[in-house]
Design a protein around this ligand. Structure first.
Ligand code: HEC
Length: 197
């Protein structure tokens, strides 16, 4: 029992000694104490996202060269405003041709992403409108027929009114494909009207 107490006291003294040593040898009380083999903490190799070598200019990850963009991050210099929608209509045009293959892909995209609200024929009678979601306007209206592809692209990308943005669901090419299908629906509606007369 006596021995255990003596050992406890001795260990406490050793601990107090270590604390005192650490406190007294700390050169800067605001920083971490003594560093053992600092070369291992400060490697010469570049560390990603960090400045390297004190005083050297630049970073391990260099700035992008002027006039270049990161892969997959093409700029889309438009805001979700009616003015920018009109500007997109003037400045952007579809990079796609209405080949049979593109039209098939467009129909698939439309069926997955637009049909629930806009309906199979674009009449604004999709299944969700029967469940309390406000019906969108018809995609076959005169306004829509004259609307520039770029403006539709802007609406799909950034949303408008009750329609939310689809940029995170649809990549750029898929948005243009959906527009091809909207045009195909308009052409089909026009042809059907012509026949009815
Ligand atoms: C969640 C339902 C919903 C989905 C899904 C949806 N839309 Fe819409 N869309 C709307 C609503 C609601 C409006 C009316 C927006 C407003 O308030 O101006 C609209 C408006 C539009 C307009 C403008 C119509 C006009 O007459 O000005 C276009 C073009 C359009 N949508 C295309 C699409 C396309 C293409 C897709 C598929 C990629 C799509 N939308 C998916 C609900 C939806």
């Amino acid at each position: 029992m006596k021995f255990a107490r003596a050992l406890n006291i001795a260990l406490c003294l050793v601990l107090a000694g270590i604390w005192a040593f650490i406190a007294l040898t700390r050169p800067d009380q605001r920083r971490r104490n003594f560093r053992w083999i600092p070369q291992m903490e400060d490697p010469l190799a570049f560390e990603t996202q960090k400045r390297f070598l004190p005083g050297a200019p630049g970073e391990a990850v260099g700035a992008a060269a002027p006039g270049t963009v990161a892969r997959g991050f093409l700029p889309f210099p438009y805001k979700a405003t009616p003015e920018d929608a009109d500007r997109a209509g003037r400045e952007l045009s579809s990079p796609l041709k209405s080949t049979p293959e593109n039209l098939r892909s467009g129909a698939r995209i439309f069926a997955a992403y637009c049909f629930p609200c806009h309906g199979p024929g674009g009449n604004g009678d999709g299944p969700v409108t029967r469940r309390g979601v406000p019906a969108p306007p018809s995609l076959l209206s005169g306004n829509m027929i004259t609307m520039a592809d770029g403006k539709i692209y802007h609406i799909i990308s950034l949303g408008r009114g009750n329609m939310s943005a689809y940029a995170s669901q649809l990549e750029r090419g898929d948005r243009w494909l959906a527009i091809l299908h909207v045009r195909a629906l308009q052409a089909a509606a026009k042809a059907a009207k012509g026949k009815a007369k």
